[in-house]
Write a protein that binds this ligand. Structure first.
Ligand SMILES: [Zn+2]
Length: 316
């Protein structure tokens, strides 16, 4: 079991969770004064990689104090119950809207099966292990946690999901953003820097909330954002502008295609064109086909999320 690790500054290590493909999703380990925390953990299949990463880093399982689960989408938190069984002193830290679903995952399983279908759900996520209630900490907006003296501020950031928070490591000008600061695959890096896209996964995407959450994070003047998909980006102001412009454009596209014969196909095609145009202007060596292959799953999930958002709008 050879974990793929990226060593970042300030005691931060990214571990590839091997979800879907290498380079798609990263859990982060924060080490400080002999203690450690995970930020997001991946799925059940990720757990052996995370345990191997601890071993490689020389971190005892007893030294892990927290699992910070930014939100309860299963590519982030699906393996948490199983991982907790291996970490005797760890507490799972969750948004108040997310915590009940990790203690009793039945609703989460049902909801995810709607998005992923039964067979694919089992293939991706397996059997979810509940987290015992006494090992869960529910985090209020602005609450501070200490990792062996390292001050972390947890702020609620709706927009991608209502059960989302991010972790501000102000002393190191860093924020662990879950999915609130979008997705940035390293394959799309060019001499111009990182390429970034928002994620509007069903069922709680809200463009105004997401823009407000990005602005709130910018208020801390972070130099590094640690994304689940995929790890560290800098050049934060440029990326934030790109995210906000795309979010507004998605909302415009979705509203414009609401009455199309096939809104799904129309929204997906418009988003694809937007991204291919952006990627071309960004430079880089990949062909349109390669870029589309890389972003295919995100096109599908984002389109589904926009359709759900449109329906919610129409209900008033
Ligand atoms: Zn998510």
């Amino acid at each position: 079991m050879q974990p793929r690790l990226i060593h970042h500054p300030d005691g931060i290590t990214a571990v590839d969770t091997e979800y879907l493909r290498p380079g798609h999703a990263a859990s982060h380990i924060i080490r400080h004064a002999g203690h450690a925390a995970f930020v997001d953990v991946g799925t059940n299949d990720s757990v052996p990689y995370l345990l191997a990463a601890l071993e490689t880093l020389g971190v005892a399982r007893e030294a892990v104090d927290y699992l910070f689960l930014t939100h309860v989408h299963l590519d982030h938190a699906g393996g948490a119950g199983r991982l907790m069984q291996e970490l005797p002193n760890a507490r799972a830290v969750l948004h108040p809207r997310g915590a009940p679903h990790m203690i009793d995952p039945q609703m989460l399983i049902a909801g995810s099966k709607v998005v992923y279908r039964e067979e694919r759900f089992h293939q991706l996520y397996g059997e979810l292990v509940p987290i015992p209630a006494e090992r869960v900490r529910v985090v209020s907006d602005g609450e501070r946690y200490s990792l062996a003296g390292r001050d972390l501020e947890l702020i609620h950031t709706p927009g991608h999901a209502l059960h989302h928070y991010v972790i501000v490591d102000e002393a190191h000008a860093s924020i662990f953003t879950g999915d609130t600061f979008g997705i940035s695959y390293r394959e799309l890096d060019t001499p111009k820097g990182a390429f970034i896209i928002p994620t509007t996964t069903p069922t709680q995407f809200d463009p105004e909330q997401l823009v407000a959450s990005i602005d709130r994070m910018l208020g801390y003047a972070p130099e590094s954002m640690y994304l689940m998909h995929f790890s560290r980006v800098t050049d934060v102001p440029r990326l934030a502008e790109s995210l906000k412009a795309q979010i507004r454009e998605f909302a415009r596209i979705a509203r414009g295609q609401a009455d199309a014969a096939d809104p799904y196909a129309a929204i997906r095609a418009a988003m694809r064109d937007l991204w291919l145009g952006m990627a071309q202007r960004h430079g880089g060596a990949l062909s349109d086909t390669q870029i589309e292959d890389l972003l295919e799953d995100d096109l599908d999930l984002n389109t589904q999320g926009l359709i759900v958002w449109l329906r919610r709008q129409n209900k008033g």
